[in-house]
Write a protein that binds this ligand. Sequence first.
Ligand SMILES: C[S@@+](CC[C@H](N)C(=O)[O-])C[C@H]1O[C@@H](n2cnc3c(N)ncnc32)[C@H](O)[C@@H]1O
Length: 275
Amino acid sequence: MDLIELTEAEFARFRDLVYRTCGIRVAENKRVLMSNRIRRRLRATGIDGYSRYYDFLRSPAGKAEMQPFLDVVTTNETYFFRDDAHYRWLADEFLPEMIREAGERRRPRSLRLWSAACSTGEEPYSIALKVAARRPDLAGWRLEVLGTDLSATALAAARAAAYDERALHRVGPEDRRAFFDEGPPGRWTVRPDVRSLATFRPHNLLDRMTGEPFDCVFLKNVLIYFDAASKQKVVDVVLAALAKGGRLVVGPTEGIHGMLGGLEKVKTWLYRKGG
Ligand SMILES: C[S@@+](CC[C@H](N)C(=O)[O-])C[C@H]1O[C@@H](n2cnc3c(N)ncnc32)[C@H](O)[C@@H]1O
């Protein structure tokens, strides 16, 4: 199959589809990149031509192709303890505060944390590692770290919980010994007692979040390619899911600071919901 690039019209249809599905605005100068990425799916499906592939994607028979399509056009880049300061705050300020407040009977002995757009799991497991390190103080607590993502492929990797050196480059030897099993060499699996803290499920950030509110939400490195309207939708979803007094940890590229006026700003990347 000797395919060249998407035409402008084809590119516009795919861009529109990506935007409507997950809120990402593919930049106009990304036509060659998109062509190359979609070409991989043409090869995999044996479909001859971008327009035919688009029609297939939109047809009932192509429903299952939506996931691999989104996987090639989104980025899953992540690693353990990305943004060191966020995890220092979690371990040294947030968890001690929760433990203290529960000791004074000012909050229930339960903690729900949400890693929104968790990709392959490094972020929720980084959170779970910090929670696991405080286990003696959290005995008898109801603990949950929820990881959600649009990508079922990424979530399958998260559930498998096996990582390479690149993902672990910020994890020190002590944490490796305490929270991971090594083997084969260079391959590390998160230990079952940490894994049991984390659950994973698919969720599109443009959709309402169901279930009990969260005490802390990590929303990082996902909104960079969202436009203002989609960012606002995501912000509304996340704020509705946050418990009173809950914290929101925002990544360096989200560009939503102007939309968080209803929250108290604690640090440049940390917000608190009043109440
Ligand atoms: C670069 S990763 C960020 C992972 C992690 N939060 C971090 O900071 O390392 C971005 C993730 O966002 C997911 N994503 C993109 N659009 C989404 C949407 N509308 N809803 C949920 N997840 C989405 C992608 O599948 C990808 O796994």
